[in-house]
Unconditional design. Structure first.
Length: 132
């Protein structure tokens, strides 16, 4: 589900959308490590519903504010809708806590990424995630 939504719309000559932060939660097989979860997520990301042409841009281990090991991945992709395709960029924090995997994702219009300083914003926000 979407947890946060920017109050204004980012727009370029052909596209407009609102930056969001969302979270995906899934039950993992007992004993699944962060590395295993990240590997599977990386492999599956390019085939997620409605997206194509995924180009990885971020891939690094990080530590959350509560000292939990995590991993950030991110990239650009085209999201297809019935009437249009949007070029988006995202940054995702992956965390494993017990047998639960969390993916917290910041997404914005790719053309607005640098001007709006989303890279720094999502870095700051995502690493504050506190897994239950």
């Amino acid at each position: 589900p979407t947890l946060f939504k920017k109050q204004t719309v980012d727009q370029d000559a052909t596209e407009s959308t609102t930056a969001t932060i969302s979270m995906h939660v899934e039950t993992l097989a007992e004993g699944t490590t962060l590395d295993q979860f990240v590997s599977r997520w990386r492999r599956d990301i390019s085939t997620q519903d409605g997206s194509r042409h995924y180009v990885p841009m971020d891939d690094a281990p990080v530590v959350t504010v509560e000292g939990k090991s995590a991993h950030i991945i991110g990239g650009t992709y085209e999201l297809l809708t019935p009437n249009h395709g949007y070029k988006l960029r995202d940054k995702q924090l992956l965390v494993v806590s017990g047998s639960t995997g969390y993916v917290v994702t910041g997404t914005a219009l790719a053309s607005a990424w640098d001007a709006a300083n989303y890279n720094a914003l999502f870095d700051a926000v995502l690493t504050t995630f506190m897994a239950p």
